[in-house]
Write a protein that binds this ligand. Structure first.
Ligand SMILES: *[C@@H]1O[C@H](CO)[C@@H](O)[C@H](O)[C@H]1NC(C)=O
Ligand SMILES: *[C@@H]1O[C@H](CO)[C@@H](O)[C@H](O)[C@H]1NC(C)=O
Ligand SMILES: *[C@@H]1O[C@H](CO)[C@@H](O)[C@H](O)[C@H]1NC(C)=O
Ligand SMILES: *[C@@H]1O[C@H](CO)[C@@H](O)[C@H](O)[C@H]1NC(C)=O
Length: 230
């Protein structure tokens, strides 16, 4: 009798161990979550904190309009207490225009804008973390960006760049668009003489203001090749 009891105890223990083992084995075998592709069009408002970024910096609000079908991407960057926002209009043919009310700089890149699934390719899943009060999945890509996505809604919550720049997603409007006229670079972007003259003074300053998002888009989009400041 005691040995029979022992046997059934052992059997129960084995069953319990199996029951515990199975889910964790299943979990171990499950692939890490994949980042949600971006919607083909959206408008996001980003609170940008560059105070810890290389070279220091200010706080900014950025309106990001992503328009994949339109082959274009626009960052409207407003620095704290500034009333002259900087536009960064990127076209998928590789041309980007950075301008404010008086200066313009044109850049050519070999790659276009990021596709909606840019993050999935080559991103490393780092697990879950509570960020800005949201339970998030976290991925990193080429140690350039850390990307936080809400576990429940799948919206991006935040992304941090290796430079120290942090962008917090304050709103994320799927399908949000900006009227066509706002994408148009001003005439002084196309005046060779003026643009060249202005780019000399504009370069350093505007470089610091350009949303890192831009260089990031070009980087991870494949081999950054900022060729010419026209
Ligand atoms: C900006 O980021 C730094 C570093 O993380 C942090 O100490 C600071 O509180 C942030 N400022 C704002 C306004 O979020
Ligand atoms: C790319 O497209 C933009 C917008 O249509 C245009 O202004 C620019 O000249 C084009 N660039 C090239 C290299 O074709
Ligand atoms: C260059 O900048 C000046 C003022 O900073 C502006 O008046 C001028 O229009 C710009 N150049 C061109 C070609 O527009
Ligand atoms: C536009 O940008 C240029 C270059 O950064 C800067 O010198 C100029 O002051 C800006 N314009 C205004 C109105 O702030």
């Amino acid at each position: 009798m005691p040995s029979q009891l022992l046997l059934s105890l052992l059997a129960a223990a084995a069953a319990a161990a199996l029951a515990v083992a199975l889910p964790s084995e299943a979990a171990a075998a499950a692939p890490p979550p994949a980042p949600t592709p971006w919607p083909e069009r959206f408008h996001a408002v980003l609170f940008t904190n560059m105070t810890q970024a290389s070279g220091g910096g200010r706080l900014k609000m950025t309106d990001l309009y992503y328009d994949w079908p339109g082959g274009r991407n626009l960052n409207l960057v407003t620095r704290q207490l500034s009333d002259d926002p900087i536009y960064d209009v990127e076209w998928t043919n590789g041309t980007s225009y950075y301008f404010n009310s008086t200066s313009c700089r044109t850049m050519l890149f070999r790659v276009g804008i990021l596709p909606p699934d840019w993050l999935a390719d080559g991103a490393v899943y780092l697990g879950r973390e509570t960020v800005d009060g949201f339970d998030c999945h976290v991925w990193t890509k080429v140690d350039f960006i850390w990307y936080y996505e809400d576990v429940v809604t799948h919206r991006p919550v935040r992304w941090n760049f290796y430079t120290g720049m942090q962008q917090h997603v304050m709103s994320f409007e799927v399908g949000g668009v900006l009227e066509d006229s706002k994408w148009q670079a001003p005439a002084y972007c196309f005046n060779d003489k003026g643009a060249a003259a202005n780019s000399t003074t504009a370069n350093d300053k505007i470089d610091g203001e350009i949303d890192v998002m831009t260089s990031f888009l070009r980087f991870v989009g494949g081999q950054q090749t900022a060729v010419a400041a026209v």
